[in-house]
Design a protein around this ligand. Structure first.
Ligand code: NDP
Length: 468
């Protein structure tokens, strides 16, 4: 009964992962800062408690583990991870491996990998997706760090991961912070997905005055078509749920203020730093920020009432618009991954990323299987939106997206993520853009210079602006 692996932090994710590991047949040691929680955890573990070895002190926890030690941290990102690593460090031996399974900033993860490696310790930054349910029954996991560390931990991760057609949804995606980076982009895409879904919900609620129960049925139907995904499935469930106390639809009672822990914002900031376009995610992050500005929104509603115009679009128009918006958002996300992998020297297969997102994670969907195939065929510089299967889907879906954005705009119902996706698409198909004017203006006020189409190869040319 020597524990093959140890886990620190028996919160929502840690407790469920520990049960998952035990259920997969591995003996696991567990430690929690507050030992009361450890006791309650073991008491509630039922027959799995046989494979769980609780420790009251960090020393006892570390001493009991098989060598090299494998220790999974499931504590909140930021200072708690550093504190926990600092407490463990003096107790560890060369070759021991720390795995950070929280939502850490990928740059923190890269720095920790480097610093631990200097002391001969292995490190994996492990993005875990799937919420509590995923952690318990099979999450999708994105690993970064030393390949040797992955080789030592991979078999256990394979055993606990979600499966798609028997393939475990876990992979090593590059050195340092690669795993946490991919997890952040996953969350960024999740923000865009959820925002677009919420926008379509808003069009049906405010533009068509439909009750939540009816909207739930529409989402339920969509889940049997090309939009089939976990998020659409739970949208149908949430929209169709009634509050047992009041008998009202639960959505009518939930405050319209979205929370966020930062991964979407980090993704957007990273994309801006790399000059990678990510407009649908940016719009989604900004929409969450604005959702928190209730006072502005209430004052705005009084000052500028919504135009009285109903949105008379059929449901399949919304469905196709949502699909097109989703493809564009994913195309942006994968392009950011490709750019980052190139910048950071990560040996990352985008097809593999799509594959491990097919099951277990929050953005799992039927479409990801097709995306994995398309990404396996295309070079890293091409856009997913241009892959033949997806270009065809866009040809079909973009006219619907255009109608939805147009009708929403006329009716004054906000669709920031859908319209950001459409704006991006329209820029992508504009071979002759309008940056000629930007360059003309930059040269006029700042003598920044431009290139001329009729004098290829020459740079730093100027316009005849006189003395300006
Ligand atoms: P919880 O808040 O449920 O649990 C946090 C755990 O960390 C508790 O066991 C707590 O111990 C411990 N802890 C907190 N601060 C410290 C500290 N300074 N030193 C040592 N231990 C500490 O968090 P979650 O399980 O929800 O999240 C854990 C990580 O997983 C986070 O990084 C989160 O972002 C990430 N994550 C969460 C998901 C989710 O759906 N909840 C999904 C994917 C990732 P104590 O009992 O003593 O308070």
């Amino acid at each position: 009964r020597t524990p093959e692996i140890g886990l620190i932090g028996l919160g929502t994710m840690g407790a469920n992962l520990a049960l998952n590991i035990a259920e997969a047949g591995h003996v696991i040691a567990v430690f929690n800062r507050t030992s009361d929680r450890t006791r309650r955890f073991v008491e509630g573990a039922g027959p799995l408690a046989d494979r769980i070895v609780p420790a009251e002190t960090l020393n006892a926890f570390v001493d009991g583990l098989a060598r090299p030690r494998r220790i999974l941290l499931m504590v909140p990102a930021g200072a708690p991870v550093d504190e926990q690593i600092a407490a463990l460090r003096p107790l560890l031996d060369t070759g021991d491996i720390l795995i950070d399974g929280g939502n850490s900033d990928w740059q923190d993860s890269a720095a920790r990998a480097e610093s631990l490696q200097r002391d001969g310790l292995g490190y994996l930054g492990l993005g875990v997706s799937g919420g509590a349910e995923g952690a318990r029954h099979g999450p999708s996991m994105m690993a970064g760090g030393a390949p040797e560390a992955y080789a030592a931990v991979g078999p256990i991760l394979d055993d606990i991961a979600a499966r798609f057609d028997a393939t475990p949804c876990v992979a090593w995606l590059g050195h340092g912070g690669a795993g946490h980076f991919v997890k952040a982009v996953h969350n960024g895409i999740e923000y865009a997905d959820m925002q677009m879904i919420a926008e379509v919900y808003g069009l049906m609620r405010d533009g068509q005055r439909r009750p939540d129960a009816e909207i739930a049925q529409v989402f339920g139907r969509w889940n049997a078509g090309p939009l089939e995904s976990y998020l659409i499935e739970i949208t149908a469930e949430v929209a169709g749920t009634t509050d047992p106390e009041t008998g009202k639809p639960i959505l009518s009672l939930i405050r319209d203020r979205a929370g966020q822990k930062g991964t979407g914002r980090w993704t957007v900031m990273d994309a801006q730093r790399r000059a990678a376009p990510l407009p649908a995610v940016e719009a989604a992050v900004t929409a969450r920020v604005l959702s928190g500005e209730d006072a502005w929104r209430s004052a705005g509603a009084r000052l500028f009432p919504q135009p009285k115009r109903a949105i008379a679009l059929p449901d399949d128009n919304f469905e196709r618009a949502l699909l097109a918006g989703k493809i564009l958002a994913y195309s942006q996300g994968f392009a950011l991954l490709a750019r980052a992998a190139r910048d950071e020297g990560w040996d990352m297969s985008l097809a593999m990323v799509a594959q491990i997102w097919r099951a277990g994670c929050i953005i799992r969907s039927g479409l990801l299987d097709e995306m994995a195939d398309a990404l396996a065929q295309d070079g890293p510089d091409s856009l997913l939106a241009f892959a033949p299967g997806f270009a065809r889907r866009l040809q079909d879906g973009v006219p619907a997206l255009r109608r939805v954005v147009a009708e929403a705009t006329l009716a004054g119902v906000p669709v920031p993520a859908l319209s950001a996706a459409l704006g991006h698409f329209d820029q992508l198909r504009q071979a002759r853009g309008t940056a000629n004017l930007i360059q003309g203006l930059r040269d006029r006020f700042g003598a920044h210079g431009f290139e001329r189409l009729d004098r290829p190869g020459e740079t730093g040319l100027h316009g005849p602006w006189g003395d300006a």
